[in-house]
Design a protein around this ligand. Structure first.
Ligand code: NAD
Length: 699
């Protein structure tokens, strides 16, 4: 079966004479009637090609062959239906010293330089994903033909790196340098058409025209992408310096240099040596070898693997095709739209019709913004069906309840729904805090109930907590986990303890911020402190975003249900809620909000100085969060430290370059943290008492 599928999908790809060629190592090569040397990358046993040492070493051997045989041209492409290549295999750098990495890079550069210099015309044919080192390989060819579905990019910056295999100077020499820099600085991929418009590829063709495009390239009939005038303009340093200044400004707006050095190193490199391939090559190798040793890169690589680990929790398929969502409010509407986007048939119900209309309008906006292609938007909207009468309930493979957070209401809804459910259908709840055992109590078959705790906004937050309870069946948990992965989200299995993992850990962080506000510390300073640490949003602004009413509820519920010391909410918080100041959603909360929903913050330099250098501030915010994660691990709310770290990164945005809360704690030193917590407990109260779980973490 696998072989047949492979043959079928290969039939769709133009592989010239290589189709019948023997595989040796990672490449297959053969020469056609026109004496064109076809070199096809097809790493055995992998669904996507990555570039590692063995690929480069074998390529070197093929370059020898090419020099020897003097073919009329060389075509390089991939036999994988998924695409050209997904980039370098980052695992190969694990544990290597800077010196070793520099050595590896130099060897690889030598091979690509030799490829770039062969007399025969070299043509890269690119389909699907062409990323990082894959793109660098294509850039070492003379010509690039992209198949219409191709997507090209340099994602290295997301791992705290920049391209390291010639990408920095080849892309800026071949394409519009400012566009190429932007591509490397943002890590965003671009579709084939855009790549052509900036000069990165020479032609865009349909797969069925690949053979004739290769012929055209062979006989010089393929127009070369002309380097824009801009390319020449930036060969002088003052022009580059001006552009570099702008680039530094945009980079700084996104990520501070102190935490994310790679973009700044890349800008420096281009500013100093743009247009001088040799100098850029040397600089690129040095800078890459240094960057990969930084904590930031190591931690971001770790985050990359955490994501893989979480995706890997999926066992088999969910068997879900039709999703029904009950409650078209803030969450239900988003969940329904996202599921439709990911290819599920979705029906969306509510007691009222107005929220459904609003949800469909919001869905249009989200789909347009994330899918871009109007045909895909239309198809996704076709899959999203308003269903005020709840006809979908009896047909759905999963019903997701996203009604208001009231236990009686939810139970009433289940009582109505359960008798209508199809055999084998799952019942999921998006509850943030209600105990699943209580929700399951009235069900005839509690084994089908599962918590699918999505985060707001669904389209941006990658995490879903998969909440289990005593009566859940292992099949329900398995299918729910698979469903999360099929939604392109990352599942984190947790037990139904108060607040699960993420809210339980985030709430003390927000609660402490409110105590600080109560103590008179300016809220802007509190937020800035957390943001400097690397949190995406300060805790005061986050409280406004979540809603003061919800924050108050969640705090009260955790205080009541947890036996750890939990701070009291300041009295004025309740007063604000009573006055209808609920945060961003009402235009006023701890901050005032402008029409665009932006908080009106005072400049830090205009604030009173009293609390400026308070050394406790950061630890007061961060350590209670770590403490809660440690407690969750001890209690078995979450089983693995990796999943705990991943859940906090993908569910709260916990500074990714720190590798996750547990990783951060271990790097900083468990003993030191425990000592700090004891100190803070003496000073500020028992809420800082270190959890017993820290002892276990040490071993
Ligand atoms: P919401 O108030 O925005 O939406 C709830 C919707 O349910 C409303 O449209 C309401 O008309 C509808 N509804 C009420 N009774 C119903 C019934 N009997 N049958 C069908 N629909 C009914 O609430 P929300 O913020 O979307 O929250 C929904 C759930 O998701 C809650 O359990 C909440 O705790 C949880 N949650 C919320 C967030 C968040 O950030 N808002 C995040 C994660 C989880």
């Amino acid at each position: 079966m696998g072989r047949m599928l492979k043959a079928l999908s290969e039939r769709a790809l133009e592989l010239g004479p290589v189709r019948d060629a023997e595989q040796t190592g990672n490449w297959r090569a053969a020469t056609d009637d026109d004496y064109v040397y076809w070199l096809v990358l097809d790493r055995p046993g992998k669904s996507v090609n990555t570039i590692d040492r063995s690929v480069i070493e074998e390529l070197s051997h093929h370059v020898d062959q090419i020099i020897d045989q003097r073919p009329s041209a060389v075509v390089i492409r991939s036999a994988k239906p998924s695409g050209f290549a997904a980039g370098a295999d980052i695992q190969q750098f694990a544990g290597a010293s800077t010196g070793e990495i520099r050595g590896m890079l130099k060897e690889a550069h030598l091979v690509l330089d030799r490829l770039a210099k062969v007399k025969a015309k070299t043509i890269a044919v690119i389909h699907g994903h062409c990323l990082g080192a894959g793109l660098e390989l294509a850039l070492a060819c003379d010509r690039r033909i992209a198949v219409a579905d191709a997507s090209l990019g340099f994602p290295e910056v997301m791992l705290g790196l920049h391209p390291g295999l010639g990408g920095t100077y080849r892309s800026t020499a071949i394409a519009d340098p400012v566009e190429a820099m932007t591509m490397m600085l943002t890590g965003k991929s671009m579709p084939a058409k855009k790549a052509k418009s900036i000069g990165l590829v020479d032609a865009v063709v349909e797969e069925r025209h690949v053979a004739s495009a290769v012929q055209a390239a062979l006989y010089n009939d393929l127009p070369t992408a002309s380097r824009s005038l801009k390319g020449h303009a930036f060969s002088v340093k003052p022009a580059r310096s001006l552009a570099a200044k702008q680039m530094r400004k945009s980079a700084a707006a996104k990520a501070p240099q102190e935490h994310y050095p790679a973009p700044y190193r890349l800008i420096d490199l281009w500013e100093a040596h743009g247009g001088d391939a040799k100098a850029m090559q040397e600089g690129e190798i040095d800078s890459f070898a240094e960057l990969i040793e930084t904590d930031t890169a190591q931690n971001l690589v770790r985050v990359f693997f955490l994501r893989e680990t979480m995706r890997g929790l999926k066992e088999g398929a969910s068997g879900i095709r039709h999703v029904h969502v009950v409650g078209a409010g803030a969450m239900g509407g988003d969940i329904a739209a996202w599921a439709a986007r990911e290819g599920f048939s979705v029906t969306l119900g509510d007691v009222a019709t107005a929220p459904i209309g609003k949800a469909i309008r919001a869905a249009q906006k989200m789909l347009k913004a994330t899918l871009k292609d109007p045909l895909k938007v239309r198809d996704a909207l076709d899959r999203l069906v308003p269903d005020p009468m709840g006809y979908g309930i009896g047909r759905a493979d999963i019903v997701i309840e996203a009604a208001p957070e009231k236990i009686e209401l939810k139970r009433k809804i289940y009582a109505e729904i359960e008798p209508q459910l199809k055999e084998g259908a799952l019942l999921a709840t998006n509850t943030s805090a209600l105990p699943l055992a209580d929700l399951a109590a009235g069900l005839a078959d509690p084994s089908r109930l599962v918590g699918l705790h999505f985060f707001n906004p669904v389209s941006r937050m990658q995490l879903i907590e998969i909440v289990s309870h005593d009566a859940i069946s292992s099949e329900t948990a398995r299918r729910a986990t698979a469903f999360a992965a099929e939604l392109s989200r990352l599942p984190a299995p947790v037990t139904s303890a108060p607040g699960f993992l993420v809210n339980r850990s985030l709430t003390p962080y927000m609660a402490e911020a409110l105590i600080m506000v109560d103590e008179g510390i300016p809220k802007e300073r509190i937020d800035a402190c957390a943001e400097r640490f690397g949190m995406p949003m300060g805790p005061v602004e986050l409280t406004d975003q979540v809603g003061l009413d919800i924050a108050l509820d969640v705090s009260a519920s955790l205080r009541e249900r947890l036996d750890t010391a939990f701070p009291d909410s300041p009295g004025w918080l309740q007063t604000m809620v009573d006055e209808g100041k609920l945060g961003r959603k009402t235009g006023a909360g701890l901050y005032a909000y402008d029409e665009d929903g932006e908080p009106q913050k005072q400049r830090l330099d205009g604030l009173p100085d009293g609390s400026k250098d308070d050394p406790d501030m950061l630890d007061r915010l961060i350590l209670p969060m770590l403490n809660a994660v440690v407690a969750c691990l001890r209690e078995g709310v979450v089983e693995s430290e990796h999943v705990a770290d991943g859940a906090m990164i993908f569910g709260t945005g916990f500074a990714p370059f720190r590798g996750g809360p547990i990783h951060y704690a271990k790097q900083r030193g468990v003993d030191e943290i425990v000592a700090r917590m004891n100190e803070l407990a003496d000073k500020h109260g028992p809420r800082f008492a270190p959890d017993e779980g820290w002892q276990r973490l040490k071993s």
